[in-house]
Design a protein around this ligand. Structure first.
Ligand SMILES: [Zn+2]
Length: 358
Protein backbone atom coordinates (compact mmCIF):
# COMPACT_ATOMS: atom_id res chain seq x y z
CA UNK A 1 0.00 0.00 0.00
CA UNK A 2 2.82 2.32 0.96
CA UNK A 3 4.53 2.05 -2.45
CA UNK A 4 1.40 2.89 -4.38
CA UNK A 5 0.59 5.76 -2.09
CA UNK A 6 4.11 7.12 -2.54
CA UNK A 7 4.09 6.62 -6.31
CA UNK A 8 0.81 8.45 -6.66
CA UNK A 9 2.10 11.36 -4.56
CA UNK A 10 5.23 11.44 -6.73
CA UNK A 11 3.11 12.18 -9.81
CA UNK A 12 2.77 15.59 -8.17
CA UNK A 13 -0.04 18.08 -8.53
CA UNK A 14 -2.81 16.36 -10.54
CA UNK A 15 -5.71 18.61 -11.51
CA UNK A 16 -8.31 17.36 -13.99
CA UNK A 17 -6.96 17.54 -17.54
CA UNK A 18 -3.29 17.67 -16.51
CA UNK A 19 -0.49 15.54 -17.90
CA UNK A 20 0.38 14.33 -14.38
CA UNK A 21 -3.14 13.04 -13.86
CA UNK A 22 -3.12 11.29 -17.22
CA UNK A 23 0.09 9.45 -16.27
CA UNK A 24 -1.26 8.60 -12.83
CA UNK A 25 -4.35 7.09 -14.47
CA UNK A 26 -2.26 4.80 -16.69
CA UNK A 27 -0.24 3.75 -13.64
CA UNK A 28 -3.39 2.97 -11.62
CA UNK A 29 -4.81 0.90 -14.46
CA UNK A 30 -1.63 -1.18 -14.55
CA UNK A 31 -1.80 -1.80 -10.81
CA UNK A 32 -5.48 -2.68 -11.00
CA UNK A 33 -4.83 -5.19 -13.77
CA UNK A 34 -2.70 -7.22 -11.37
CA UNK A 35 -5.66 -7.56 -8.96
CA UNK A 36 -9.02 -7.19 -10.75
CA UNK A 37 -10.75 -8.38 -13.91
CA UNK A 38 -12.45 -6.26 -16.62
CA UNK A 39 -10.12 -3.35 -15.95
CA UNK A 40 -10.73 -0.32 -18.15
CA UNK A 41 -10.40 3.41 -18.36
CA UNK A 42 -13.69 5.13 -19.00
CA UNK A 43 -12.94 8.44 -20.69
CA UNK A 44 -14.94 11.33 -22.06
CA UNK A 45 -14.29 15.01 -22.84
CA UNK A 46 -14.51 17.67 -20.15
CA UNK A 47 -13.34 21.27 -20.18
CA UNK A 48 -10.33 21.75 -17.92
CA UNK A 49 -9.26 24.90 -16.10
CA UNK A 50 -5.84 25.77 -14.69
CA UNK A 51 -4.43 28.90 -13.09
CA UNK A 52 -1.14 30.07 -14.58
CA UNK A 53 -0.37 32.91 -12.18
CA UNK A 54 -2.16 34.97 -9.56
CA UNK A 55 -1.55 37.74 -7.10
CA UNK A 56 -3.49 39.79 -4.56
CA UNK A 57 -2.05 42.69 -2.64
CA UNK A 58 -2.75 45.81 -0.72
CA UNK A 59 -2.42 49.21 -2.46
CA UNK A 60 0.96 49.54 -0.79
CA UNK A 61 2.10 46.30 -2.43
CA UNK A 62 1.84 44.12 0.69
CA UNK A 63 0.92 40.62 -0.46
CA UNK A 64 -2.18 38.78 0.74
CA UNK A 65 -2.04 34.99 0.78
CA UNK A 66 -4.83 34.03 -1.64
CA UNK A 67 -5.84 31.30 -4.10
CA UNK A 68 -8.13 31.60 -7.11
CA UNK A 69 -11.28 29.50 -6.82
CA UNK A 70 -11.33 26.57 -9.25
CA UNK A 71 -12.98 27.90 -12.42
CA UNK A 72 -12.49 31.52 -11.39
CA UNK A 73 -12.61 34.06 -14.18
CA UNK A 74 -9.41 35.82 -15.20
CA UNK A 75 -8.10 39.35 -15.53
CA UNK A 76 -4.54 40.51 -16.18
CA UNK A 77 -4.74 43.35 -13.73
CA UNK A 78 -7.50 44.83 -11.61
CA UNK A 79 -7.88 47.11 -8.62
CA UNK A 80 -10.79 48.26 -6.56
CA UNK A 81 -12.16 49.48 -3.25
CA UNK A 82 -13.22 46.81 -0.78
CA UNK A 83 -16.98 46.48 -0.24
CA UNK A 84 -19.00 43.87 1.62
CA UNK A 85 -20.76 41.60 -0.91
CA UNK A 86 -22.70 39.10 1.22
CA UNK A 87 -21.95 35.40 1.38
CA UNK A 88 -20.53 32.72 -0.86
CA UNK A 89 -21.82 29.16 -0.56
CA UNK A 90 -19.33 26.37 -1.25
CA UNK A 91 -20.29 22.70 -1.69
CA UNK A 92 -23.57 23.25 0.16
CA UNK A 93 -21.37 22.78 3.21
CA UNK A 94 -19.80 26.14 3.93
CA UNK A 95 -21.21 29.65 3.85
CA UNK A 96 -18.38 32.16 3.82
CA UNK A 97 -18.26 35.95 3.89
CA UNK A 98 -17.66 37.56 0.51
CA UNK A 99 -16.18 40.90 -0.43
CA UNK A 100 -16.04 42.66 -3.79
CA UNK A 101 -13.48 45.00 -5.27
CA UNK A 102 -15.18 47.98 -6.84
CA UNK A 103 -13.73 50.43 -9.38
CA UNK A 104 -14.05 54.24 -9.45
CA UNK A 105 -17.34 54.07 -11.39
CA UNK A 106 -18.85 51.50 -9.06
CA UNK A 107 -18.26 48.54 -11.38
CA UNK A 108 -17.35 45.21 -9.74
CA UNK A 109 -13.86 44.05 -10.75
CA UNK A 110 -13.29 40.97 -8.60
CA UNK A 111 -14.46 39.04 -5.54
CA UNK A 112 -12.65 37.87 -2.43
CA UNK A 113 -14.21 35.23 -0.17
CA UNK A 114 -12.94 34.56 3.36
CA UNK A 115 -12.59 30.90 4.35
CA UNK A 116 -14.22 31.08 7.76
CA UNK A 117 -12.59 27.92 9.12
CA UNK A 118 -8.92 28.17 8.20
CA UNK A 119 -6.15 29.29 5.87
CA UNK A 120 -6.39 30.21 2.21
CA UNK A 121 -6.94 27.18 -0.07
CA UNK A 122 -8.46 26.61 -3.51
CA UNK A 123 -12.05 25.39 -3.59
CA UNK A 124 -14.67 24.96 -6.31
CA UNK A 125 -16.38 28.23 -7.26
CA UNK A 126 -19.87 27.00 -8.27
CA UNK A 127 -20.92 30.57 -9.10
CA UNK A 128 -19.86 30.32 -12.78
CA UNK A 129 -18.36 33.79 -12.62
CA UNK A 130 -16.35 35.39 -15.40
CA UNK A 131 -14.71 37.75 -12.89
CA UNK A 132 -11.61 36.86 -10.85
CA UNK A 133 -12.56 35.32 -7.51
CA UNK A 134 -10.07 34.69 -4.69
CA UNK A 135 -10.30 32.71 -1.48
CA UNK A 136 -8.31 34.02 1.49
CA UNK A 137 -7.83 32.72 5.04
CA UNK A 138 -9.91 33.66 8.08
CA UNK A 139 -7.12 35.89 9.40
CA UNK A 140 -7.24 38.08 6.30
CA UNK A 141 -10.75 39.24 7.06
CA UNK A 142 -9.04 41.85 9.26
CA UNK A 143 -6.96 43.06 6.31
CA UNK A 144 -10.06 43.36 4.15
CA UNK A 145 -12.06 45.10 6.86
CA UNK A 146 -9.25 47.57 7.48
CA UNK A 147 -8.91 48.39 3.78
CA UNK A 148 -12.68 48.82 3.58
CA UNK A 149 -12.81 51.17 6.57
CA UNK A 150 -9.86 53.21 5.41
CA UNK A 151 -11.06 53.40 1.80
CA UNK A 152 -7.93 51.75 0.43
CA UNK A 153 -7.80 49.70 -2.75
CA UNK A 154 -6.65 46.12 -3.31
CA UNK A 155 -5.09 45.09 -6.58
CA UNK A 156 -4.36 41.79 -8.23
CA UNK A 157 -4.45 39.48 -11.21
CA UNK A 158 -5.51 35.95 -12.12
CA UNK A 159 -4.34 34.36 -15.36
CA UNK A 160 -5.89 31.05 -16.33
CA UNK A 161 -5.87 28.47 -19.09
CA UNK A 162 -8.97 26.61 -20.27
CA UNK A 163 -8.98 23.57 -22.53
CA UNK A 164 -12.31 22.45 -23.92
CA UNK A 165 -10.83 19.28 -25.49
CA UNK A 166 -9.38 17.79 -22.35
CA UNK A 167 -10.38 14.33 -21.09
CA UNK A 168 -11.78 12.99 -17.83
CA UNK A 169 -10.72 9.41 -17.03
CA UNK A 170 -12.15 7.00 -14.46
CA UNK A 171 -10.27 3.76 -13.84
CA UNK A 172 -12.48 0.76 -13.15
CA UNK A 173 -12.01 -2.93 -12.33
CA UNK A 174 -14.03 -5.79 -10.79
CA UNK A 175 -13.82 -8.67 -8.37
CA UNK A 176 -16.52 -11.34 -7.99
CA UNK A 177 -19.56 -12.15 -10.10
CA UNK A 178 -23.27 -11.43 -9.87
CA UNK A 179 -26.14 -9.34 -11.17
CA UNK A 180 -25.79 -6.69 -8.48
CA UNK A 181 -22.73 -4.71 -7.61
CA UNK A 182 -21.22 -2.70 -4.81
CA UNK A 183 -19.14 0.33 -5.84
CA UNK A 184 -15.96 1.03 -3.90
CA UNK A 185 -14.51 4.36 -4.99
CA UNK A 186 -11.94 7.08 -4.37
CA UNK A 187 -10.83 10.06 -6.43
CA UNK A 188 -7.26 10.35 -7.68
CA UNK A 189 -7.27 13.96 -8.93
CA UNK A 190 -6.09 16.88 -6.77
CA UNK A 191 -6.55 20.64 -6.74
CA UNK A 192 -3.73 22.69 -8.32
CA UNK A 193 -2.04 23.58 -5.02
CA UNK A 194 -1.08 20.15 -3.70
CA UNK A 195 0.12 16.64 -4.54
CA UNK A 196 -2.70 15.44 -2.29
CA UNK A 197 -1.19 12.76 -0.07
CA UNK A 198 -4.16 12.75 2.31
CA UNK A 199 -6.68 14.04 -0.24
CA UNK A 200 -6.79 11.60 -1.88
CA UNK A 201 -3.78 9.47 -2.83
CA UNK A 202 -4.33 7.82 0.55
CA UNK A 203 -7.93 6.91 -0.32
CA UNK A 204 -6.84 5.43 -3.65
CA UNK A 205 -4.11 3.37 -1.97
CA UNK A 206 -6.68 2.14 0.58
CA UNK A 207 -9.08 1.02 -2.17
CA UNK A 208 -6.33 -0.84 -4.06
CA UNK A 209 -5.06 -2.48 -0.87
CA UNK A 210 -8.60 -3.54 0.03
CA UNK A 211 -8.97 -5.16 -3.40
CA UNK A 212 -5.70 -7.00 -2.91
CA UNK A 213 -6.65 -8.34 0.52
CA UNK A 214 -10.16 -9.54 -0.38
CA UNK A 215 -9.27 -10.98 -3.77
CA UNK A 216 -9.59 -14.57 -2.53
CA UNK A 217 -12.70 -14.06 -0.42
CA UNK A 218 -16.08 -15.45 -1.44
CA UNK A 219 -18.12 -12.70 -3.15
CA UNK A 220 -21.90 -12.54 -2.69
CA UNK A 221 -22.09 -9.69 -5.17
CA UNK A 222 -19.74 -8.09 -7.62
CA UNK A 223 -17.51 -5.29 -6.39
CA UNK A 224 -16.50 -2.49 -8.73
CA UNK A 225 -13.31 -0.66 -7.78
CA UNK A 226 -13.58 2.80 -9.21
CA UNK A 227 -10.88 5.47 -9.15
CA UNK A 228 -12.40 8.77 -10.16
CA UNK A 229 -11.15 11.82 -11.99
CA UNK A 230 -12.48 15.37 -11.63
CA UNK A 231 -13.78 15.11 -8.07
CA UNK A 232 -12.34 18.48 -7.21
CA UNK A 233 -14.13 20.03 -10.19
CA UNK A 234 -17.62 19.55 -8.85
CA UNK A 235 -17.51 15.76 -9.07
CA UNK A 236 -17.11 15.69 -12.85
CA UNK A 237 -15.93 12.07 -12.87
CA UNK A 238 -18.55 10.59 -10.59
CA UNK A 239 -21.45 12.62 -11.99
CA UNK A 240 -20.80 11.25 -15.46
CA UNK A 241 -20.11 7.75 -14.15
CA UNK A 242 -23.28 7.63 -12.04
CA UNK A 243 -25.42 9.01 -14.88
CA UNK A 244 -24.33 6.40 -17.41
CA UNK A 245 -24.36 3.43 -15.01
CA UNK A 246 -27.56 1.42 -15.58
CA UNK A 247 -26.53 -1.51 -13.39
CA UNK A 248 -28.14 -2.57 -10.17
CA UNK A 249 -26.04 -0.98 -7.40
CA UNK A 250 -26.49 -2.23 -3.80
CA UNK A 251 -24.51 0.62 -2.29
CA UNK A 252 -21.53 2.91 -2.85
CA UNK A 253 -18.63 3.16 -0.42
CA UNK A 254 -16.37 6.14 -1.03
CA UNK A 255 -13.06 6.79 0.75
CA UNK A 256 -12.02 10.43 0.56
CA UNK A 257 -9.28 11.75 2.81
CA UNK A 258 -7.26 9.72 5.28
CA UNK A 259 -5.96 12.35 7.70
CA UNK A 260 -4.13 12.27 11.00
CA UNK A 261 -6.79 12.37 13.72
CA UNK A 262 -8.75 9.46 15.17
CA UNK A 263 -12.24 10.71 14.30
CA UNK A 264 -13.80 8.64 11.53
CA UNK A 265 -16.49 10.69 9.82
CA UNK A 266 -19.24 8.54 8.35
CA UNK A 267 -21.25 10.49 5.78
CA UNK A 268 -24.11 8.26 4.81
CA UNK A 269 -27.73 7.99 3.89
CA UNK A 270 -30.53 7.24 3.94
CA UNK A 271 -30.94 6.66 7.71
CA UNK A 272 -31.87 3.02 7.09
CA UNK A 273 -28.41 2.52 5.56
CA UNK A 274 -26.73 4.50 8.32
CA UNK A 275 -28.28 2.10 10.88
CA UNK A 276 -26.75 -0.87 9.06
CA UNK A 277 -23.35 0.82 9.00
CA UNK A 278 -23.60 1.76 12.65
CA UNK A 279 -24.33 -1.86 13.58
CA UNK A 280 -21.15 -2.94 11.75
CA UNK A 281 -18.91 -0.13 13.00
CA UNK A 282 -20.11 -0.57 16.61
CA UNK A 283 -18.58 -4.06 16.45
CA UNK A 284 -15.35 -2.93 14.78
CA UNK A 285 -12.05 -4.26 16.06
CA UNK A 286 -10.36 -0.98 15.17
CA UNK A 287 -9.89 1.93 17.50
CA UNK A 288 -11.59 5.15 16.32
CA UNK A 289 -14.27 7.57 17.32
CA UNK A 290 -17.13 7.56 14.81
CA UNK A 291 -18.98 10.74 13.89
CA UNK A 292 -22.10 10.15 11.78
CA UNK A 293 -23.45 12.73 9.36
CA UNK A 294 -26.80 12.04 7.66
CA UNK A 295 -27.88 12.93 5.03
CA UNK A 296 -24.39 12.77 3.53
CA UNK A 297 -22.85 16.15 2.67
CA UNK A 298 -22.55 16.55 -1.10
CA UNK A 299 -18.80 17.26 -1.26
CA UNK A 300 -17.51 14.01 -2.75
CA UNK A 301 -18.08 11.21 -5.27
CA UNK A 302 -20.86 9.38 -3.40
CA UNK A 303 -23.19 12.35 -3.95
CA UNK A 304 -24.31 11.70 -7.58
CA UNK A 305 -25.22 8.13 -6.57
CA UNK A 306 -27.15 9.31 -3.53
CA UNK A 307 -29.08 11.67 -5.80
CA UNK A 308 -30.07 8.62 -7.87
CA UNK A 309 -31.58 7.03 -4.76
CA UNK A 310 -28.71 4.66 -4.03
CA UNK A 311 -27.46 3.90 -0.49
CA UNK A 312 -24.11 5.60 0.01
CA UNK A 313 -21.37 6.01 2.58
CA UNK A 314 -18.24 8.12 2.61
CA UNK A 315 -15.53 7.39 5.13
CA UNK A 316 -12.94 10.00 6.02
CA UNK A 317 -10.43 10.83 8.69
CA UNK A 318 -11.00 14.52 8.03
CA UNK A 319 -7.98 16.84 8.23
CA UNK A 320 -9.09 20.42 7.51
CA UNK A 321 -5.71 21.80 8.51
CA UNK A 322 -3.92 20.37 5.47
CA UNK A 323 -6.86 20.04 3.06
CA UNK A 324 -5.87 21.45 -0.38
CA UNK A 325 -2.63 22.92 0.98
CA UNK A 326 0.98 22.35 -0.16
CA UNK A 327 1.51 20.80 3.30
CA UNK A 328 -0.54 17.74 2.33
CA UNK A 329 2.56 15.65 1.63
CA UNK A 330 3.97 12.20 2.30
CA UNK A 331 4.30 11.51 6.01
CA UNK A 332 5.00 8.03 7.32
CA UNK A 333 2.65 8.54 10.28
CA UNK A 334 -0.38 8.87 7.99
CA UNK A 335 -0.01 5.19 7.11
CA UNK A 336 -1.44 4.20 10.49
CA UNK A 337 -4.88 5.53 9.67
CA UNK A 338 -4.64 4.15 6.13
CA UNK A 339 -4.05 0.67 7.54
CA UNK A 340 -6.99 1.21 9.89
CA UNK A 341 -9.16 2.38 6.99
CA UNK A 342 -8.46 -0.77 4.96
CA UNK A 343 -9.57 -2.92 7.89
CA UNK A 344 -12.69 -0.83 8.45
CA UNK A 345 -13.67 -1.07 4.77
CA UNK A 346 -13.24 -4.86 4.88
CA UNK A 347 -15.32 -5.02 8.08
CA UNK A 348 -18.07 -3.06 6.35
CA UNK A 349 -18.00 -5.34 3.30
CA UNK A 350 -18.11 -8.43 5.51
CA UNK A 351 -20.72 -6.96 7.85
CA UNK A 352 -23.00 -6.07 4.94
CA UNK A 353 -22.56 -9.61 3.50
CA UNK A 354 -20.81 -8.55 0.34
CA UNK A 355 -17.81 -10.77 0.98
CA UNK A 356 -16.98 -13.70 3.21
CA UNK A 357 -13.64 -15.02 4.30
CA UNK A 358 -13.02 -18.61 3.15
ZN1 LIG B 1 -11.01 14.64 -1.74
Amino acid sequence: MKDQWKDLIDYGVKPMGSRNLYKAGIYLKEIMETICHNVSIYEYPEESWEPISWELSDESGEKIQAYPFLESGSCDIFEGYVRYAGYHRVWDMYVWKRYMLVGEEGEIKAYVTVRGNGNAIPQMLFAKGELPHFLVGAEDEKTLEKAREEGRKLKGSIRTKRDCCSMCRNVSGYLGKGDEKVVLCAHYDTVYSTCGAYDNAAGVAVILETARRIKDYKFHSRVQFLLMDGEEFHLRGSRHQAAQDKENICFVLNVDGVGRENVLEVWSGPESFERKLRAVLDRSHENFQAEYICPPPPGSDHAPYYDKGIDVCMLTFNDQEILHTPEDVYEESKLKNMEKMVKIVIEVLEGLHVIEKV
